[in-house]
Design a protein around this ligand. Structure first.
Ligand code: S3P
Length: 207
């Protein structure tokens, strides 16, 4: 077992942001969302980059689940995969996301495999608004090849891996509350798409 830190633990670079958020929100307009917004989707779909900007727009804290897993494990995701294997990573991912979902409303970027885990998926569906960010294969590929830090993409030709993951995962990502195209170019276009989708959900009374 890894030395995962628990509870109100050492992951707390973001903790203060949680404490500040309610005051900030009440001082401004009522939020479009009353629950955490969790971004799901494949590697390279833009979950972290859009999530960060979405949090700013919504005046909420942003949390990146992968960064929290790394902080809890005291090592990088690559290290965890290499030294302990994917099963241990998934176990830690499940526990970290369960804990994050107990935090006050925020924007959460999840790793691409998180929503594939049945218990994480059930928790995300119960406790957050789930948004599937969906990008073209070529766009995801162009983004992921810029960095060589994703263990699953080292298992073979990155395009072939992404194609396989699309086949396996898209039917499951489709269970998210909302699906938004993550488009090439300035992130504002995708961000506007997410805001529009959230507004539609709010109007339908589902938030
Ligand atoms: C994974 C995606 C990664 C990271 C890990 C496994 C996956 O996150 O959690 O490498 O299974 O798709 P990103 O989607 O943020 O790259």
């Amino acid at each position: 077992m890894l030395g995962w830190h628990h509870g109100g633990d050492s992951l707390s670079a973001h903790a203060q942001a949680f404490n500040d958020a309610p005051q900030r929100m009440s001082a401004t307009s009522p939020s479009l969302v009353t629950r955490t917004v969790a971004l799901v989707g494949l590697m390279g779909a833009g979950k972290t980059s859009i999530g960060r900007r979405l949090a700013q727009r919504l005046n909420l804290p942003f949390i990146d689940a992968d960064a929290e897993i790394e902080a809890a494990a005291g090592g990088t995701i690559e290290d965890i995969f290499e030294r302990h294997g994917e099963a241990v990573f998934r176990d830690g991912e499940r526990r970290v996301i369960a804990r994050l979902l107990e935090q006050p409303t925020h924007v959460l970027a999840t790793g691409g495999g998180a929503f594939m885990d049945p218990s994480t998926r059930a928790l995300l569906k119960a406790k957050s608004i789930t948004v599937w960010l969906k990008a073209d294969l070529d766009l995801m590929l162009a983004r992921v090849v810029r960095r060589n830090n994703r263990p699953l993409l080292k298992a073979g030709d990155p395009r072939a891996v992404l194609e396989r993951l699309i086949a396996e995962r898209y039917p499951v990502y489709a269970e998210a509350d909302l699906a938004v195209d993550s488009v090439d170019g300035p992130p504002e276009a995708t961000l506007d798409g997410v805001m529009t989708a959230l507004a539609g959900l709010a109007r339908s009374g589902a938030t």
